[in-house]
Design a protein around this ligand. Structure first.
Ligand SMILES: Nc1ncnc2c1ncn2[C@@H]1O[C@H](COP(=O)(O)OP(=O)(O)O)[C@@H](O)[C@H]1O
Ligand SMILES: [Mg+2]
Length: 282
């Protein structure tokens, strides 16, 4: 599989180079190209994960399709055939890009948690949550949790209380986004569980077009969610946790966090993402 680390589409203006995706302005639309970059702890690594952008795009498209009755999303088309003529020569765009409606991004990340994992587990161990005692990592939460954060242009996203979210967005919009986030997570969980997958938590992004709210960005991918599968009694972590664990481990040994990971980890991530895609789409 070839590796697309950075794109250079001269015909259109680069709108934004995100950590993972390159965005171009195409008329009043945006072309989102998922590259094979990978990021962790707010940094992009030098390591390329061949084919990752294609896998993520396919997974997102699957979820956009399976949630469009809950909320309208930003997809216009994802078929190179329907792209403007100037884009057709970039064959790699097939499968790893989508042409979307340009939205005003609502500057928060809408995180929904169904299980005790990640930063919530860390806070739980520190006694900073209201959850019952005696819970173990990956236990199902008594009820879904909504833990939005800011969406920092640079650096670290900070938690935002629901009260502050209401202050920032207005009560109605905040309540709507919370409700939709829960619906989206529940839909994801229902579909995934039939395929033997547990989605521990995930984050959504929303945008506005006029005064309409739509679902944007990526949906329920292993970049934006924690995925787990139990196979022959073994628990497989099939998401970016593989990368985070490797980076933390190296940091312990070398005293600083590396900006790349070995080939074995690349293959492990590739296999994990592919496995999720195959389980979901088949
Ligand atoms: N429909 C849209 N309109 C405008 N911006 C969008 C849309 N969909 C996604 N985005 C933005 O595009 C970027 C996607 O690239 P990504 O690599 O995920 O960036 P980041 O480093 O900010 O996470 C995000 O900043 C996201 O908010
Ligand atoms: Mg992102």
């Amino acid at each position: 599989m070839s590796c697309i680390f950075e794109t250079d589409i001269k015909e259109y203006k680069l709108f934004k180079r995100g950590k993972v995706r390159d965005l171009y302005e195409v008329g009043n639309k945006i072309l989102i190209v998922a590259t094979d970059r990978i990021s962790a702890f707010d940094r992009v690594l030098k390591t390329c994960i061949p084919g990752k952008g294609e896998i993520l795009t396919e997974i997102s498209l699957f979820w956009f399709k399976n949630t469009e009755d809950i909320i309208e999303n930003h997809i216009e088309t994802y078929s190179l055939e329907d792209y403007p003529a100037g884009l057709k020569k970039y064959k790699y765009l097939e499968k790893r890009s989508m042409l979307v409606k340009k939205a005003r991004v609502i500057p928060f990340e809408f995180i929904v948690r169904g299980y005790l994992a990640g930063s919530l587990y860390k806070r739980y161990l520190e006694g900073k949550t209201n959850l019952p005692s005696g819970m173990s990592e990956f236990d199902r939460l008594p009820e879904l949790m909504f833990t939005p954060t800011t969406k920092a242009e640079e650096g670290h996203d900070e938690p935002v209380s629901y009260k502050d979210l209401k202050k920032e967005l207005g009560s109605d919009l905040a309540a709507y986004l919370k409700e939709v986030s829960f619906k989206l997570y529940r839909r994801g969980e229902k579909i995934a569980s039939k395929k033997g997958i547990t989605i521990l938590d995930t984050k959504f992004e929303f945008g506005m077009i006029g005064d309409k709210v739509i679902l944007i960005d990526e949906v329920l991918t292993p970049d934006s969610s924690r995925y787990r599968v139990v196979e022959n009694g073994r628990v497989l972590k099939l998401d970016k946790q593989i990368l985070r664990d490797c980076l933390k481990e190296r940091e312990k040994i070398d005293g600083k966090m590396p900006d790349e990971v070995p080939e074995s980890v690349v293959l492990e991530i590739q296999r994990a993402y592919l496995k999720i895609k195959n389980l979901l789409l088949n």
